[in-house]
Design a protein around this ligand. Structure first.
Ligand code: UDP
Length: 235
């Protein structure tokens, strides 16, 4: 079948991997996500995954600790998530490689762009751990960076909300969901969907982002097929 998107960078937040527990890993949540990823691969899509780390640690909320050190811990948290998602995908018979932006050769491949692309071309899912490898950045920014590098058609940001809203839907009953919104609007209105570094990266590199709810993991498959889900953030 004709897919709307052939090469996708899927961003999974750490929060999404923890489920209702809000901390650590919940495989009752992770397994259906991996099943949906497998369906996308079976349809012929190439999937790179950037995993967050908020289910273990967020550098910016680490109190008195030196921010750079706190961010190092945060990036190591994303590596744990990368390994967990890799394992769940392998359980389902998917070929997977983990590449990390901080070298940990006994555990994962180092991030090498050309090698990542080759894996994708061979039908392997590539999970990118350790964000950008630099403190003061987010895994959303890592998603935009890796998407640009591997020349992804789109970023899928799978979140805990149905898309991008004009205000926080958890706080305001009258929050309105956008079908489409531009990166400039995200920046101008300071919309919480992504940080400004990520919005700028997407804008400057012509990367569209689809934001949708991961509570229904099948949304990933629907999005690959080109069905309307969530909000399109136009670069
Ligand atoms: N992090 C970092 N550099 C990066 C990406 C992530 O230092 O390029 C650290 C940072 O401390 C961040 C943590 O890793 O708080 C987890 O990433 P993030 O908060 O983006 O995870 P998510 O909110 O998506 O679960």
């Amino acid at each position: 079948m004709e897919l709307k998107y052939k090469r996708i960078l899927l961003k999974l937040s750490g929060e999404a991997l923890a489920g209702d527990k809000k901390f650590g890993l919940d495989f009752d949540v992770i397994n259906p996500i991996c099943k949906a990823i497998k369906e996308c691969v079976d349809l012929g899509a190439q999937i790179g995954v950037v995993v967050g780390g908020g289910n273990f640690w967020r550098g910016r909320s680490s109190g008195a600790m030196d921010r750079t050190r706190a961010d190092h811990i945060g990036m190591l948290g994303t590596a744990m998530n990368a390994l967990a998602v890799a394992d769940a995908l392998e359980e389902q018979g998917v070929d997977v490689r983990v590449q990390t932006a901080i070298a940990m050769q006994q555990v994962a491949e180092p991030y090498i762009r050309n090698r990542a692309v080759r894996h994708l071309e061979k039908g392997r899912v590539v999970i990118f751990g350790c964000g950008t490898g630099n403190p003061f950045f987010s895994t959303d920014t890592a998603a935009s960076l890796r998407a640009a590098e591997i020349e992804a058609d789109v970023i899928f940001k799978a979140t805990m909300a149905d898309g991008v809203f004009d205000k926080d839907p958890n706080k305001f009953d009258d929050a309105v969901k956008y079908d489409t919104v531009t990166c400039s609007e995200v920046l101008r209105q300071n919309l919480g969907v992504m940080d400004s570094t990520t919005a700028s990266m997407c804008k400057d590199n012509g990367l569209p982002m689809l934001v949708f709810n991961l509570k229904q993991p099948q949304n990933i498959v629907a999005a690959v097929r080109g069905e309307e889900v969530g909000t399109v953030v136009i670069p």
